[in-house]
Design a protein around this ligand. Structure first.
Ligand SMILES: *Cc1c(COP(=O)(O)O)cnc(C)c1O
Length: 435
C-alpha cells in the first residue's frame, strides 16, 4: 500500500513515511493509492469477529507490511481495549458511545494507534533525531494525544491549546502528564494554534532542528483507525436489526476526519447507509452542500468547541473518495447546522424526555438526526462531563465525574504561556534545542 499526496506534487510514500512525516512535502494530505476492498465473504465474517481481530483485518492493508503481524495485532488490541456500545435514545435514534476510552473522547482510538506505530518505527529505525509531534487542539485531541503518547520512547509531544477555551477536565488531561509531553497555553483561538502548527511544518529551520510530525487527523496513522468504530457499530446494528435495514450515521464534525474515516469504511465495502455531518455555526460544509460554493470563514466559538473549525482539513479527502464529483458527494452526504441555543435546549429536552445526557457535540448530532428523519445512529464523541458548564446548566443537575478521570483533580496544571505568534513559538523551539 502506497500513499499519494492530494497536492499531487510529491512522490508516493509507504505507511511508515506517511505516519512519520504527517503531511507530504507539498503540504498535501496523504491518501491511499487504492482503497482496500473487502469481499462479501470477508464482510460476512466481520459480523461476528471479535473486536481485536476485526481491527487487525481492517488496518492490515493500510499498514502495508510496515509493521509485522504480531506487533500490529498487539497494537490493534491495545487501541480498542474499551467498549463502543450502541445505546438507544429514542425508538429511531441510537447513540454510539465513543467516550469509554481513557480520555473520554473518540480521539483515543486514533491517538492510541498512532502513538504505538510511531513508537514501533522509532525503535526499529536508527533516526538521528527523535520524532516531535506537534499538535493543535480545541480540547479533545490534546488529551487523547498526551495520554496515548505518554512514556513512548523516542517521541516528544508539544501541544498547543487556546487559553480559556478548553474545559477544566480537558485542560487537566493535557497539562498534567509531564515526561515527554509539553503543553503550550496560547493567547488565541484554536485556529491560531493550528496556524502556528502549519507554519512550523513549513519552516526550514525548525525542520532542520526537529523531525516534526502532526497528530491531527491529517496524519494517516490517526485518521484511518477511526474507521474501526464504524465496523463495531455495524456489528451491533446487524445483530439487532439484521443486514437489510440501512445504518445511517450522523457524525458531529469539525475537521471532518471522523466522518471521512466512516466514508472510507463504506468505500472499502462495509455496507453503511447515508452520512450526515452535524455542524455548529462553523458550517462551511453545510453551506457548500446547499449552494455549491465552498466559502471558508474564520472559526467562531461555540459550546461544541471541538467542532469550531473554519476550514476543515479533511474535506479534500472526502472529495477524493467522491472522485471530486459534487453530485456523488450530495448522494452520500448531507449536513445540518445548529446554534448554541438549539444545542443547549436539546440537551435539556433529551434528558427530560429520554433520560439520556448528551454532550454538546452529541446534541448537535441528535438535532441533525431528527432533521434527517430516518432511523440513524449518532456518534457520541465525548463524555458530557468534559463540558460541565453547558451540560449542567441545561439539565439542572451536576454530572458525576467518572472514576477514570477522578485522579486528575489532584494534579497540578503545568503549561507554558505563549503569544499566538509563530515567531515567538519558533524561537522557543529553537532555544529548546540548544538548551
Ligand atoms: C474532535 C471532535 C469532533 C470533531 O471531529 P472531526 O474528526 O474533527 O470532525 C467532534 N466531537 C468531539 C467531542 C471531538 O473531540
Amino acid at each position: 500500500m502506497q500513499y499519494y499526496s492530494l497536492g499531487k506534487q510529491s512522490p508516493n510514500v509507504d505507511f511508515k513515511t506517511a505516519a512519520i512525516t504527517g503531511q507530504a512535502p507539498d503540504k498535501g494530505l496523504y491518501f491511499p493509492t487504492q482503497i482496500p476492498k473487502f469481499t462479501a465473504e470477508q464482510i460476512e465474517k466481520f459480523k461476528t469477529l471479535d473486536k481485536a481481530s476485526l481491527a487487525f483485518e481492517v488496518m492490515k492493508p493500510y499498514v502495508g507490511g510496515m509493521i509485522d503481524d504480531a506487533t500490529l495485532q498487539q497494537i490493534c488490541a491495545e487501541t480498542i481495549n474499551f467498549d463502543f456500545p450502541l445505546v438507544p435514545i429514542t425508538d429511531t435514534i441510537s447513540s454510539l458511545e465513543l467516550f469509554h476510552g481513557p480520555t473520554l473522547a473518540f480521539k483515543d482510538v486514533g491517538a492510541r494507534f498512532m502513538s504505538r506505530c510511531l513508537g514501533y518505527f522509532s525503535k526499529h529505525t536508527r533516526a538521528e533525531k527523535p520524532s516531535t509531534v506537534l499538535v493543535a487542539t480545541s480540547g479533545d485531541t490534546g488529551g487523547a494525544v498526551a495520554n496515548g503518547f505518554l512514556g513512548v520512547a523516542g517521541v516528544e509531544v508539544i501541544i498547543l491549546y487556546p487559553k480559556g477555551k478548553v474545559s477544566p477536565i480537558q485542560e487537566l488531561q493535557l497539562t498534567t502528564c509531564g515526561q515527554n509531553i509539553t503543553a503550550l497555553e496560547v493567547e488565541g483561538s484554536f485556529d491560531d494554534c493550528q496556524a502556528i502548527v502549519k507554519d512550523a511544518f513549513m519552516d526550514a529551520e525548525l525542520n532542520a532542528a526537529y523531525n516534526l510530525t502532526s497528530a491531527n487527523s491529517i496524519n494517516v496513522a490517526r485518521w484511518l483507525p477511526q474507521q474501526l468504530y464504524y465496523f463495531f457499530a455495524w456489528q451491533q446494528w446487524v445483530a439487532k436489526y439484521g443486514d437489510k435495514v440501512p445504518m445511517h450515521i450522523v457524525v458531529p464534525s469539525g475537521n471532518f476526519g471522523n466522518i471521512c474515516a466512516g466514508m472510507m469504511a463504506k468505500a472499502s465495502g462495509l455496507p453503511l447507509g447515508h452520512f450526515v455531518a452535524a455542524c455548529n455555526d462553523n458550517n462551511v460544509v453545510t453551506r457548500y452542500l446547499d449552494s455549491g460554493n465552498y466559502e471558508v470563514r474564520k472559526a467562531v466559538a461555540t459550546v461544541s468547541n471541538a467542532m469550531d473549525v473554519g476550514n476543515p482539513s479533511n474535506f479534500v479527502r472526502i472529495m477524493e473518495i467522491m472522485q471530486n464529483n459534487f453530485e456523488a458527494l450530495k448522494s452520500g452526504l448531507s449536513s445540518y447546522s445548529y446554534d448554541d441555543v438549539a444545542t443547549a435546549s436539546t440537551i435539556h429536552r433529551v434528558y427530560k424526555t429520554n433520560n439520556y445526557i448528551l454532550d454538546p457535540h452529541g446534541a448537535v448530532a441528535f438535532l441533525a438526526a431528527e432533521a434527517f428523519n430516518q432511523p440513524a445512529i449518532i456518534l457520541e464523541t465525548a463524555h458530557p462531563v468534559k463540558f460541565p458548564e453547558v451540560v449542567e446548566e441545561a439539565i439542572g443537575e451536576t454530572i458525576a465525574i467518572p472514576d477514570s478521570v477522578q485522579f486528575l483533580l489532584d494534579k497540578e496544571k503545568v503549561a507554558i504561556p505563549m503569544d499566538a505568534k509563530f515567531g515567538v513559538f519558533k524561537s522557543w523551539m529553537l532555544n529548546k534545542v540548544t538548551a
